[in-house]
Design a binder for this molecule. Structure first.
Ligand code: BES
Ligand code: ZN
Ligand code: ZN
Length: 478
């Protein structure tokens, strides 16, 4: 879908459907008596949308009145949700273009313009490619009527929406279609399209690298694991590199510690972290940021077979620490420790951010509202917090007292991959922390935020693409 800027002209009807935005606490002149009358009847609370017909030159025109709530209370998340709701409402109207007519009258700030663009585009996304009876909406153009110079903000909004949609598309794809090899192929294609380097390691190279922990998880599947490396060098003069790691379980059955069916159906989405880092890399490269960013994904499936790893196994890792596997469903951390160790020691990054649908405990703690953070570095954390705020993605920092670290100790090996329910989100994060040494590191657990059970505002049912925008913003200010 295209978002176009056109010169404002209050009188001329330029598309199939005119949209007017209204504040609850501000009187906006809609330029004609009839509209102003209708407006006075309309309760402009945020995301309230009403369709009305007005008679113009002997014919009825449809218009949508859209409430924005109180101008004094307008925050970026609300703007984004309103954008999503507008697109969703218009898709139902069987029109190919809409016009937001009084855009200049509501005088949005620059970041609000960006958020509106983002919301309008994200609200258009739905994962319906496998429905054979789908009625695709005709809507293909949103015209923003403006005389202001807001092109830069609109482009930035488009870029962030694009990164998010790339993530959503990958995450929503079912596991019989998207598995390590097809994910890797997709990343190679995206690298060519957006302008970052890619390298894919197959099983042999992963063995050579000694990624024993990652391989233990991958063993149960007949699908070969792939270690996906993405490199973007926007500042070749500098040695500074930001490292991004995404959990890439293209499917998580739990393995021998098998999940119930209800917990398994959504586990094609256990690569939400991978989606986020891949989406972010596309935006970073497209924007030609003058930063160096490396991203990796250890992609595999966690399944059951005669070759699978088992509860009670003692395994090794690239970092050399041994692990007793007390639960094969705590597999994410086992793939991530080799990925973070690799990106620190083989790609020489200066900081690492990992993003993972890691624990049910994060969902218990924070619900689907916020992602949980575990970190060893205030400075890097502060940057992630700024980036998340810019993206209106909510994060919450967990405490990392030494008592939690003690819980990780194994009985017969150095570490235990599943030391119990208590503080499960923190201990999972700290398990990864055992492999980062002194390198500044932030872990983001998106188990609760990566998926949505329904369409709502700019979020669509299924994958949300959480953290693609935060990681892009982080790279920008890194
Ligand atoms: N992929 C899951 C976590 C998850 C749960 C993501 C719900 C999204 C929604 C992860 O691999 C897992 O199964 N974690 C276990 C860990 C436990 C065995 C220590 C969990 O959270 O139950
Ligand atoms: Zn699991
Ligand atoms: Zn998992």
């Amino acid at each position: 879908m295209d978002l176009k800027l056109i010169k404002s002209n209050k009188c001329v009807q330029t598309s199939d459907l005119d949209v007017f935005l209204l504040f609850d606490d501000k009187n906006i002149d809609l330029g004609c008596e009839t509209l102003n009358l209708l407006k006075s009847e309309f309760d402009a609370k945020a995301s309230k949308i009403e369709k009305i017909k007005v008679l113009k030159e002997n014919k009825f025109n449809n218009i949508l009145l859209v409430g924005m709530g109180k101008e004094s209370e307008l925050d970026l998340e609300t703007v984004k949700n309103i954008g999503g709701d507008i697109t969703r409402a218009c898709k139902k109207e069987n029109v190919s273009s809409i016009s937001i007519r009084n855009f200049d009258d509501i005088s949005l700030e620059e970041n609000q313009v960006e958020a509106l663009a983002e919301g309008l585009l994200l609200g258009n996304y739905e994962f319906n490619k496998y429905k054979t009876d789908k009625k695709d909406s005709k809507l293909n153009t949103i015209n923003l009527h403006t005389d202001k110079d807001i092109n830069k903000n609109i482009e930035n909004g488009k870029l962030l929406a694009e990164a998010t949609i790339i993530a959503r598309e990958l995450i929503n794809e079912p596991a019989n279609v998207l598995y390590p090899k097809t994910l890797a192929n997709k990343v190679v294609e995206l690298g060519k399209e957006y302008g970052f380097e890619t390298e894919i390691y197959g099983k042999e190279k992963i063995e050579d690298l000694n990624m024993k922990s990652f391989l233990s998880v991958a063993k149960g599947s007949s699908k070969e694991p792939k270690f996906i490396v993405m490199r973007y060098k926007g500042n070749p003069q500098s040695d500074d590199k930001l490292g991004l790691v995404g959990k890439g379980l293209t499917y998580d059955s739990g393995g021998y510690s098998i999940k119930p069916t209800s917990g398994m159906v959504d586990m094609k989405g256990d690569m939400g972290g991978a989606g986020a880092v891949i989406g972010a890399m596309c935006a970073i490269a497209k924007a030609k940021l003058n930063k160096n960013v490396i991203a990796v994904v250890a992609a595999c499936e966690n399944l059951i077979s005669g070759k699978a790893y088992k509860p009670g196994d003692i395994i090794n890792s690239m970092g050399g620490k041994t692990i007793e596997v007390t639960n094969t469903d705590a597999e994410g951390r086992l793939t991530l420790i080799d990925a973070v160790y690799y990106i620190i020691h083989n790609e020489n990054v200066n900081s690492v951010v990992d993003v993972a649908t890691l624990t049910g405990a994060a969902v218990v703690a924070l619900g689907t509202v916020a992602s949980a953070i575990v970190t060893n570095d205030d400075n890097l954390y502060n940057k992630v917090e700024i980036a998340a705020n810019l993206s209106t993605e909510k994060i919450w920092r967990m405490p990392v007292f030494d008592e939690y670290k003690k819980i990780l100790k194994g009985k017969e090996a150095d570490l235990n991959n599943s030391p119990g329910r208590d503080g499960g989100c923190i201990t999972a994060g700290l398990f990864i922390g055992e492999f980062v040494g002194e390198t500044p590191w932030v872990h983001i657990d998106i188990a609760g935020t990566s998926g949505s059970s329904k369409d709502s505002g700019y979020k669509s049912k299924g994958a949300t693409g959480e953290c693609a925008r935060t990681l892009y913003n982080l790279a920008k200010l890194y």
